[in-house]
Design a protein around this ligand. Structure first.
Ligand code: NAD
Length: 295
């Protein structure tokens, strides 16, 4: 079998187009654009690229983008004061503090300070708890994007065997909760899992979120499974340059899977699309309007 390649760029473009319609409608009805504030502390080049592309995508969707850049010497108290100011600002519907933060700042304290209604990353313990208990929540963007791709590919996920590799708060755990919410039968594998290949072999759905280049081998994939590769790993090439690969051996897995996401161009574009989606959803909820449809 040769797998269908799941086009995350196309799916993300669809979500972003719908978000732009929703944002325009919101602006017409309320007299203001939905707004996203991004906060970047320090000079980490990858973080700077992420924050820039998030800001650009926000403006392209017809939303207000507020960008805050702080030096890497910023104290925790200074960052908490900015978060407090953004919490109180009515033009701001979503607050994104780019991680990682410099060592003098405790990320969990900063996340806990964000108003849960503006927590468009879905990392606040209130949103994590609401997701875990099946209540309305703001859901972390990357796993939400993975779920979108899975449902687009498979329709109902009920009763399917899903294996999530990785148990981080950002990807693995919320992914598992979303799959449980869709009535899949879910196994969470992690660094202490025994016989990972055997665990993966029983999966109809594999979500890999580990951060180890091409760790998941092609012969671990059950014929006909759908594979979502969250990993983004940069590896050196023979010509002295580098390239991006996922956590899954793409060529090997493509021989068994029914469908698979590429890296890049799979999950990555969905993360930003879902951030924009969460921002318009947060704007509607804060304005006591029903959730927008179609995203
Ligand atoms: P993390 O380091 O927080 O968690 C990695 C998880 O993998 C841990 O739970 C660990 O138990 C598990 N693990 C480690 N070694 C393992 C092994 N040998 N076998 C099985 N499990 C193992 O990472 P994260 O933040 O969840 O990110 C995971 C990957 O996804 C990274 O490559 C990251 O860059 C990528 N990522 C991509 C996006 C995106 O937008 N596409 C977003 C977030 C993260």
């Amino acid at each position: 079998m040769t797998a269908t390649i799941i086009d995350g760029k196309a799916a993300a473009a669809g979500v972003r187009a719908r978000v732009a319609e929703i944002a325009a409608d919101f602006a017409k009805r309320t007299g203001r654009q939905p707004g996203l504030a991004t906060v970047l502390v320090g000079e980490d080049p990858a973080s700077a690229v992420y924050v820039r592309s998030k800001g650009k995508a926000t403006s392209e969707a017809g939303m207000a983008s507020f960008s805050h850049k702080l030096p890497d010497t910023t104290s925790e108290a200074e960052l908490l004061a900015l978060v407090d100011q953004l919490n109180r600002d009515d033009a701001v519907d979503g607050i994104l503090v780019q991680l990682p933060l410099p060592p003098q700042i405790d990320a969990s304290r900063v996340i806990a300070e964000i108003d849960p209604a503006k927590d468009v990353d879905g990392f606040h313990p209130v949103n994590a708890g609401r997701l875990a208990t099946g209540l309305e929540a703001l859901v972390p963007c990357t796993p939400y994007g993975c779920l979108y791709l899975l449902k687009q590919q498979l329709g109902s996920l009920a009763g399917r065997e899903a294996v999530v590799i990785g148990r981080s708060n950002i990807v693995g755990k919320p992914m598992a909760l979303l799959l449980i919410g869709e009535s899949a039968t879910v196994t969470v594998a992690h660094s202490r899992t025994k016989d990972l290949p055997d665990v993966v072999r029983r999966a109809d759905i594999v979500v890999a979120a580990v951060g180890r280049p091409e760790m998941v081998k092609g012969d671990w994939i059950k014929p006909g499974a759908v594979v979502i590769d969250v990993g983004i790993n940069r590896i050196p090439t023979d010509d002295g340059k580098s390239r991006l690969v996922g956590d899954v051996d793409f060529a090997g897995a493509s021989e068994n899977a029914a469908a698979i996401t590429p890296v890049p161009g799979g999950v990555g574009p969905m993360t930003i699309a879902m951030l924009l989606r969460n921002t318009v959803v947060a704007a509607h909820r804060r304005a006591a309007m029903p959730d927008p449809e179609g995203v």
